[in-house]
Design a binder for this molecule. Structure first.
Ligand code: UDP
Ligand code: MG
Length: 344
């Protein structure tokens, strides 16, 4: 639709190596979409600079000077991928009809965007980009990712398998997202909670254009723990169940030791004693750790610190006017949808 304002939201952390090429590809995509009458010329490619220490922001500034189609936000410091993305989406919410989030390294396929927009035009509010295969990943990442999605499902977290943060969200979906105020952010688990009509588009994930992955192994592990603990309380329940089981086992031990005493087989059992002391000690420490993890989360949520601070904005696109509906318009709408209802 000609007047659909589309905002691409691209978080960037030290991406000077890929940014010029990414900008070129997105620009040509946008131009084609505008020319085909699919999106409005007021659409933007919004780069969110996540506190980069290289020339990323300078490149974004240059791009904005060159064409107003490029817009930029700069966060006051590095806040991590999820927060940078959220900053971009929440900013775009006031300007766009529909947003598409993508990584800066062009691992997400720009060509899948057409299909996403088609689904949006067909009435979808959220369209998830789903990876057709994981051939571009090393076997280790493939293996751990598969286990992770399985585990999340088992923990009762609703997630679209193999979907990362390549996603179309309508303005309505963005407004709904802004109602989720959690500080511990795992977007791909939160977005499905919004509901609304959604669909998926399958694409092939390519290699990073250039530069290094900003998700080394340690960060990936932290990210998955964040995902689990911010969305599921099953681990705490698991501990409770474990406690009950161990209690039952200890009763069995008690009976056994009374029987052993009665039969006169006492001093033995040093090794089983040692084993149980260590095993239970380990379990207790682990359990305290898991509970501590949740208390830490509660602590952070309770403080409700801002999730990001926007330092600078480069965008001359107009804000969407929030048109308040008059009572008459509201009544007309209801009458149209439900003609048999009588209204005064
Ligand atoms: N990113 C970010 N802040 C960070 C780390 C990463 O904004 O602290 C961005 C990064 O610039 C990229 C996206 O998040 O656009 C995904 O990062 P990357 O491609 O390095 O992750 P991978 O694809 O290797 O999982
Ligand atoms: Mg990447």
């Amino acid at each position: 639709m000609k007047d659909t304002v589309l905002y691409f939201v691209i978080p960037c952390y030290n991406e000077e190596a890929v940014l010029p090429e990414t900008a070129k590809r997105l620009y040509s995509k946008c131009e084609r979409l505008i020319r085909a009458g699919k999106i409005s010329p007021l659409s933007r490619i919004l780069f969110v600079n996540d506190g980069s220490t290289d020339a990323t922001w300078a490149i974004i500034q240059k791009l904005h000077e060159y064409k107003p189609l490029f817009a930029g936000l700069s966060l006051s410091r590095n806040r991590g991928h999820q927060n940078a993305l959220l900053a971009g989406l929440l900013y775009a919410r006031e300007y766009c009809d529909v947003s598409i989030s993508m990584d800066a390294d062009m691992q997400d396929d720009v060509e899948a965007v057409d299909e996403m927009i088609a689904k949006y035009e067909g009435g979808c509010e959220i369209v998830y980009g789903v990876r057709g295969n994981r051939d571009s990943d090393k076997w280790f990442k493939r293996f751990t990712a598969r286990r992770f999605y399985k585990l999340m499902h088992r923990l009762g977290v609703e997630m679209v398998n193999d979907s990362a943060d390549f996603r179309l969200m309508s303005r309505k979906a963005l407004l709904a997202l802004s109602e989720f105020r959690e500080v511990n952010l795992f977007l791909r688990g939160i977005v499905p909670m919004i509901g609304l009509k959604s669909d998926t588009v399958t694409y092939t994930r390519g290699e990073r254009l250039a530069g290094e992955s900003k998700y080394p192994f340690k960060k990936m592990v932290e990210f998955s723990i964040e995902g689990i603990t911010s969305l599921s309380i099953q681990p705490i329940r698991l501990i409770t169940n474990l406690g009950i089981t161990i209690f039952l086992v200890s009763i069995a031990f008690l009976i056994w030791s009374i029987v052993a005493k009665a039969l006169g087989m006492t001093v033995q059992g040093w090794s089983s004693l040692m084993v149980s002391v260590w095993a239970i000690g380990g379990l207790i420490l682990l359990s305290i750790g898991v509970i501590g993890e949740y208390i830490g989360k509660i602590y952070l949520e309770a403080k409700a610190r801002p999730r990001f601070i926007i330092e600078r904005i480069l965008n001359d696109g107009p804000k969407k006017e929030e048109e308040p509906m008059t009572v008459q318009e509201l009544l007309d709408e209801i009458r149209q949808e439900m003609p048999d209802v009588t209204l005064n």
